[in-house]
Design a protein around this ligand. Structure first.
Ligand code: NAI
Ligand code: MG
Length: 493
């Protein structure tokens, strides 16, 4: 970047100064993957009774990384039985402060192996190494550290309520934050004294299998955590298993609805973290350059594969032109490409199916009459990639505004008054998160109290912390993960 003279004499930063970056790929030489993985049941890797395996690929190269097992019903039964046995014979009798030590040990080993985890996460899922290295893996370790602290303090978390564990927790997670979602699920379950059967998403099983190695190395008693790779059918069998006492799910709203139907009439407890379509709201009194950074982070972080992504921009009319001009300039600087390159801002789309879904939404947006703008980035010839994209002149009834795309596609709307912003922000089926950009603290409090969103960020976006609860309203699901609130779904009171 270089300083450029502007007409009023002040120096402005030019993003068009033609800096190019030499490739800076993170090495993957140190990564050791087996050709073929079994299922992690009762403390050991075992071949699947189903006899089936499938290949997990690197979405940036389309190349095979490893074969993983596709767990069938008998495998699910073996894992749930191991978890039930471990709960009854070992874990429910393990003193709380001993439970804490294991969880703490898992956190420490993740930290020690952070580099390996980060590289595998980027290879298997396509996210930029800068994100897996600086966000996913450290946050995953932090979740284990945080909940290790709660394990022997549950009576203080729920004073006079005698918290008791539930038993076996079945946990099903998506592909956008594979290790982090595993940590969000496993850490509070163990802290509260439950045992676990976890199913990672089909396209991103590898860091969960590496986590299984960590769990084995931590000395956690056999069967306390079991990890089953597989597809939706494996997840459905886990949901249906009679000895599962609790289901925790993160993923699409469609599957969330199926799960809720499947557990209706049973004693199973459920939490659902589903989709989102968050409004990032920029007022005229906001610090515009910071807001533009927040918009970029909100929609382009992790290729937009984020349930709380700021996928709708609501910008007040007086600053709309300036914000959109700066946003387009900033989009030009985003580097799309090799997830393992430390310069990369936007990595690979997680799967071919997801890229098709995003492309179909881009076509829908054009058909609905919105104005398409994409950065001029060149995309790698192999792998699944998508240019940073925005749509101008969208309206509230557009599918682009109402539906979750889960890609680097931003729908832009304008507004005039605070009331109009709140109305537009709330008038969708989802309610997971939102962002507000303004100079006025009073406006922030007014907005946060009126928006139906689980998390509202003010003058920042996508900030996560293990101490802070996260979860949705409406079709974004129910239950909270993180913080003290995140223990509640794992205890009887
Ligand atoms: P999905 O909801 O099908 O997959 C999430 C997890 O649920 C995976 O582990 C999958 O194997 C499992 N699953 C699938 N069917 C199941 C069933 N009947 N019973 C139990 N478990 C089941 O999500 P998918 O198909 O990967 O993505 C489709 C769309 O969903 C995305 O385009 C995105 O819009 C949304 N999505 C939202 C996520 C979020 O965090 N809010 C995460 C992933 C996807
Ligand atoms: Mg993969």
């Amino acid at each position: 970047m270089k300083a450029q003279d502007t007409t009023d004499g002040a120096a402005a930063l030019s993003f068009f100064s033609g800096w190019t970056y030499a490739p800076a790929p993170e090495s993957s030489d140190h990564i050791r993957l087996q050709d073929r993985y079994g299922l992690f049941i009762n403390g050991a890797f075992v071949p699947p009774k189903s006899g089936r395996h499938y290949v997990t690929v690197n979405p940036a190269t389309e190349g095979a990384l490893a074969e993983v097992a596709d767990a069938g019903e008998k495998d699910v039964d073996a894992a749930v039985s191991a978890a039930k046995r471990a709960y009854e014979r070992t874990w429910s009798r393990t003193p709380a402060k001993e439970r804490a030590k294991y969880i703490y040990r898992i956190a420490r080993i993740i930290q020690e192996r952070a580099r390996e985890f980060a590289v595998i996460e980027s290879m298997d899922g396509g996210k930029p190494i800068r994100e897996s290295r600086d966000v996913d893996i450290p946050l995953a370790a932090n979740h284990f550290f945080y909940y290790a602290g709660w394990a022997d303090k549950l009576p203080y978390a729920f004073p006079n309520r005698s918290p008791r564990p539930l038993g076996v927790a079945g946990q099903i997670i998506p592909w956008n934050f594979p290790l982090l979602m595993a940590a969000w699920k496993i850490a509070p379950a163990l802290a509260a004294g439950n045992t676990v059967v976890l199913k990672p998403a089909e396209t991103t099983p590898l860091t969960a299998l590496k986590l299984a190695e960590v769990i084995r190395d931590s000395g956690l008693p056999d069967g306390v955590v079991n990890i089953l790779t597989g597809f939706g059918k494996t997840g459905a069998a886990l949901v249906a298993h009679p000895h599962v006492n609790k289901i925790a799910f993160t993923g699409s709203t469609d599957v969330g609805k199926l799960i809720q139907k499947a557990v209706a009439g049973t004693a199973k407890k459920v939490t659902l973290e589903l989709g989102g379509k968050a409004a990032n709201i920029v007022f005229e009194d906001a610090a515009i350059d910071q807001a533009v950074e927040g918009i970029v982070n909100g929609i382009f972080f992790n290729q937009g594969h984020v349930c709380c992504a700021g996928s709708r921009l609501l910008v007040q009319e007086g600053v709309a032109d300036a914000v959109i001009r700066k946003l387009k300039e900033r989009m030009e600087t985003l580097i799309v490409g090799d997830p393992l390159d430390k310069n990369t801002d936007i990595g690979a789309i997680n799967s071919k199916e997801q890229l098709e879904k995003i492309s179909s939404y881009i076509a829908i947006g054009v058909n609905e009459g919105a104005e398409l703008h994409q950065s001029s980035a060149t995309l790698p010839s192999k792998g699944w990639f998508c240019k940073p994209t925005l749509f101008l002149h969208t309206s509230q009834s557009h599918r682009l505004v109402q539906e979750e795309i889960f890609g680097p596609v931003l729908a832009v709307q304008t507004f005039r008054t605070v009331e109009e912003a709140i109305e537009k922000a709330n008038n969708i089926p989802y309610g997971l998160s939102a962002g507000v950009w303004t100079d006025k603290g009073s406006k922030i409090f007014n907005m946060t109290s009126k928006m139906r969103a689980g998390v509202v960020w003010a003058n920042t976006y996508n900030k996560f912390d293990p101490t802070s609860p996260f979860g949705g309203y409406k079709e974004s699901g129910f239950g909270r993960e993180g913080g003290l609130h995140g223990l509640l779904p794992y205890v009887h009171l």
